[in-house]
Design a protein around this ligand. Structure first.
Ligand code: AMP
Length: 130
């Protein structure tokens, strides 16, 4: 059965798209830790990031770098933090989180709930710098 993230990458479930190519898709996390919190996924359905083959994993990191640089241009932050959890959605993904403080990437703190218009505006701003 297709994962929710496969359906997002296929456009069957809506998302705040940041960037895509034939192998990867980036979109805003719906419950962000910080404004601009983005997920990067491979279109290939694999649960665990470290089960991806070496080349795909390396290319995914390069794709994530491009996304991170676009986030940095759009969101005031010191740098972009990177995390891999995968405890909730069984489709490999990398979290890119704008950081001003270490606590900005604490997954145990309450998530933000931003209005649709703000999520759309954030996505548009990041997309335009990609
Ligand atoms: P984890 O699998 O533990 O890395 O967490 C999955 C992440 O995906 C969480 O941060 C969720 O907020 C996020 N998430 C789950 N469903 C969606 C969705 N439909 N659109 C965007 N982000 C999502």
């Amino acid at each position: 059965m297709a994962t929710i993230f496969s359906k997002i990458a296929a456009g069957e479930i809506p998302s705040y798209k940041i960037a895509e190519d034939d192998r990867f898709y980036a979109f805003l996390d719906i419950n962000p830790l910080a404004k601009g919190h983005t997920l990067v996924i491979p279109r290939q359905e694999t649960d665990y990031l470290f089960e991806l083959d070496d080349q795909l994993l390396a290319d995914m990191m390069v794709f994530s770098k491009k996304v991170a640089l676009a986030i940095e241009k759009a969101i005031p932050c010191k740098r972009i933090g990177v995390a891999v959890l995968g405890l909730e959605v069984p489709h490999a993904h990398i979290h890119l989180v704008p950081l001003n403080a270490e606590s900005d990437i604490s997954f145990s703190k309450p998530k933000l709930q931003l209005p649709n218009e703000e999520m759309g505006a954030i996505a548009e701003k990041i997309r335009s710098g990609f």
